[in-house]
Design a protein around this ligand. Structure first.
Ligand code: BGC
Ligand code: NOJ
Length: 813
């Protein structure tokens, strides 16, 4: 194996990843903000900010896929004599004497040192505030007095990130700013319909500023050498149209050993319609002044930062494990949970692979993200479930995506993805098990956001199940629609026209025989959950009705969905098998193995065990399990986008990390702890981090969507980091199925599935109003709880009955 260069390491005590070389193999980013105001920040301070919606309320500008990569962000330029440098190395790229970036829980601290001057910037979004704080500490570590010139820099986005990148005939004439003391206001389009503006402030007097980009940078220069900075002279430019920016200029004299703090604040304000202006054309700045006043000293900022840290202490205290294996503990206790919060917040909208203009919140995505998040802040999960269900149609189908700002279904993509409805059961059941809050089922929830159309959430669940039952194909298996979970298996699309979108072109769904075994398995798993839920609330007839549908589905899978060694993947438009030994390529797919083993379909007949063995035999490789095998080598127009990808990438035999946990859970349910663990460790970031930092390329502290598979040019290379359902699934897998702590209606079910090498471990779990301290003694066993004691008393069965207060639990396997 080629020796892998390392770019950083974990610091568990501070819950940080420490990057020590700015030239990471790809920008390694972090997220700031928890509810309304958000930022993306790379290890060189690249990235952007937005309010709620990365498309409709983009605050600062960013150009994706730029050269050089990751150009644009919040930059501080330090001019010390003739040397100009940035604490994050970019954009000047002046070699630094010291560089470090610490990505932590909703904050990032970047420190650079040059010629005995240190600049350290702490970036974070305070709780409940619509602003990004950038606390810059400048320290003179030399024996001489330093006369430094400091320039800040942000570039404004004209709010709509999509039109900002394309409608130049308008954009170049609309830009407007105001300057007041040390605050630069961005108010483009405020004169008409917008009631919001942004500002960039510093809590110190400034000796100059710039707001016009070309004046500051120079038309033929770059961020790396802006005219104003290189000459050490701000232009005091006032933007009218073109591209407004915000740059402060500060002269700082530092005695030997002296340190100075500057608090920069990037804020966002909304005004009431009748309070927009304080004078004709002058924006009402009252709220901005108030926001600035809350964060205008080091003390206030430090306090807000301490509050943010306490917020994370509390969140990460809900589930905490001590196994003695640092690589496992740090993922479970810190990074996996952190990534779950991020995916809950952003779904698939904004990352360094998602441009923030396309996807919004996915119906299936957000439901799955819930299982990683629901234990953290249940009330937010509750609201999310209602928002998602509100985009459903009366027939149980639903919009595939919706915009976070408007919460409206996205018409461009529409509906017709036939797995979508099932996920609403998945998310809702997870919420009720965590909280015991059955009242959510009685919430009145509209269809397609239409007032007056409300029915109970329970009714939404019912029509979701019915949507599957009403759309069965010739083998009594679920019709796939545009696609199931695999967006790229487009069996009704038949496209030869590159101008068509695989996702939305469905020209032949009339008369289709295309059925999905993935939805079949998903239906059985969520159907069983639905039946159990109905019984909990005394709807026994409904439980019975659905049990029959589930049983029928199980029979259909056994009869028409088994290929001898594994489950089939689908039937195509003509009713021909997909994912069968009879096929020329892609003989086996992972999704149906995952869902049908989780559903335990045909377990007695040996199907589950054979399917899991086939995953090991045909799908597994050094870096995880690939999606299908062998990879498609040519475009098959009956199959759609899947075969459009080169071998080993994305849905064509990539290691699509999201679905590996499905098989791992299948292994756990089957009691095969050694296999479950070995699959899990292969895609666990901390294990990958140790061996493959260069090859893996993307952030080593979180899962990415896809790792190039065994058929790819460079197996092991990761892509599409951060915003992936993998986060929630890894969490669900390890917390509930491997470590075995499962929230249930009446308490916590204990059911670990471990490698036989596992030693004793303890999980602290806050659950509703209770605090459990659960110690598991595996005794070399992979599965099977022998005895549980609760506060010293043996209990019957494996569910610890819920009661508030502190409890000690001992589990012998
Ligand atoms: C992409 C897929 C991706 C999907 C997400 C498709 O257009 O090609 O790889 O997973 O969109 O919705
Ligand atoms: C990413 C999408 O967000 C998700 O909904 C889909 O299931 C996977 N791609 C697989 O295609």
């Amino acid at each position: 194996m080629e020796q892998q260069k390392r770019y950083g390491h974990f610091d568990d005590q501070h819950r940080e990843y420490v990057i020590t070389d700015p030239q990471t193999p790809w920008p390694w980013i972090n997220y700031l903000g928890n509810e309304d105001f958000f930022s993306l920040i790379s290890n060189t301070a690249g990235g952007y900010s937005f309010y709620k919606d990365a498309k409709f309320r983009r605050i600062t500008r960013y150009r994706y896929n730029n050269v050089p990569m990751d150009n644009g962000g919040r930059y501080f330029y330090v001019k010390d004599g003739e040397t100009v440098w940035n604490p994050g190395w970019k954009p000047c790229k002046t070699p630094l004497d010291f560089y470090e970036c610490r990505h932590g829980m909703s904050y990032t601290r970047i420190t650079g040192r040059k010629n005995e001057v240190e600049a350290s910037v702490l970036f974070f979004v305070p709780l409940k505030k619509w602003a990004e704080v950038q606390k810059l500490t400048l320290t003179n570590q030399s024996k001489e007095t330093k006369q430094l010139k400091l320039f800040s820099f942000e570039e404004w986005c004209l709010w709509n990130a999509a039109t900002d990148m394309e409608n130049f005939q308008r954009n170049f004439s609309t830009g407007e700013v105001e300057i007041e003391g040390s605050t630069i206001y961005h108010k483009t389009e405020y004169r008409e319909r917008r009631n919001h503006y942004a500002f960039y402030h510093v809590n110190a007097p400034i000796q100059g500023f710039d707001t016009d980009r070309e004046t500051f940078v120079g038309l033929y220069n770059e961020f790396a050498n802006p005219d104003a900075v290189m000459e050490g002279k701000p232009r005091n430019s006032h933007a009218h149209g073109w591209s407004p920016i915000a740059s402060h200029y500060i002269e700082a004299t530092l005695a030997p050993g002296e340190s100075k703090d500057f608090v920069f604040l990037l804020g966002y304000i909304e005004n009431e319609q009748d309070k927009k202006f304080s004078a004709p054309q002058v924006i009402n700045k009252e709220k901005a002044h108030a926001l600035i006043a809350e964060l205008d000293t080091t003390e206030k900022v430090d306090k807000a930062f301490a509050e943010l840290n306490e917020y994370w202490d509390a969140l990460l205290n809900i589930y905490n494990v001590r196994t003695g294996n640092d690589k496992l503990d740090r993922m479970v206790n810190i990074w996996n949970q952190y990534q779950c919060m991020v995916t809950f917040n952003f779904s698939r909208s904004a990352s360094f692979f998602e441009s923030g203009v396309g996807r919004g919140m996915g119906f299936r995505d957000s439901n799955q993200d819930l299982v990683g998040f629901v234990h953290q802040i249940p009330p937010r999960a509750r609201q999310r479930i209602i928002d998602i269900a509100s985009t459903q149609f009366p027939d149980g189908g639903c919009y595939h995506q919706y915009q976070p700002l408007t919460k409206r279904g996205n018409n461009d993509i529409g509906g017709g993805f036939n797995d979508d409805p099932c996920w609403l059961i998945f998310g809702t059941v997870a919420y009720i098990k965590e909280t015991g809050d059955f009242s959510i089922l009685d919430e009145m929830v509209p269809f397609d956001n239409q007032p007056g159309s409300e029915v109970t959430l329970f009714e939404h669940l019912k029509i979701s199940m019915d949507h599957v039952i009403k759309n069965l194909g010739p083998h009594m298996l679920p019709l796939i629609g545009r696609a199931d979970w695999n967006d790229c298996l487009n069996l009704n699309c038949f496209s030869w026209d590159p101008n068509e979108s695989f996702q939305t072109t469905e020209n032949v769904s009339e008369g289709t025989k295309a059925e999905s075994l993935m939805i079949a398995g998903l239906f059985v798993v969520t159907g069983k959950d639905y039946v159990a839920l109905c019984k909990q609330i005394g709807k026994n007839d409904e439980a019975e009705r659905m049990q029959q549908a589930v049983d029928a589905m199980v029979e259909a899978v056994k009869k028409h969905g088994w290929d001898g060694e594994w489950y089939l993947r689908a039937y195509d438009f003509y009713g021909r098998k997909i994912g069968s030994n009879e096929c020329e390529e892609a003989k086996i797919f992972i999704e149906s193995q995952g869902w049908c083993t989780m559903a335990e379909i045909g377990a007695e007949e040996g199907m589950v065990a054979k399917s899991l063995d086939s995953c090991k035999k045909y799908l597994e490789c050094e870096h995880g399990m690939v999606l299908n095998n062998p990879a498609f080598t040519k475009y098959i127009y009956e199959y759609g986008e899947i075969s459009s990808y080169p071998e080993g990438y994305k849905e064509n035999a990539g290691i699509f990390c999201h679905n590996n946990p499905w098989v791992i859970i299948g292994e756990c349910i089957a009691g095969r702890g050694n296999d479950a663990w070995s699959h899990y460790a292969k895609i666990l970031p901390s294990y990958v981090e140790e061996k493959y930092q260069t090859l893996h390329k993307v952030e080593p502290y979180v899962n990415c969507q896809m790792v190039a598979g065994k058929d790819a040019f460079r197996p092991g290379e990761g892509k599409n980091s951060w915003l992936t359902g993998t986060a929630a699934w890894m969490w669900y897998t390890v917390s509930e199925f491997i470590l075995g702590i499962k929230p249930d209606y009446d308490g916590i079910r204990i059911d670990p599935c471990l490698p036989e090498t596992a030693t004793d471990y303890t999980v602290s779990r806050k659950f509703r109003e209770a605090d459990y301290e659960i110690t598991i003694h595996p005794n070399g066993s992979q599965k099977g709880v022998k005895q549980i004691t609760l506060d010293g008393q043996p209990i019957q069965g494996t569910v610890i009955p819920y009661s508030a207060g502190k409890h000690i639990v001992e589990v012998t396997m």
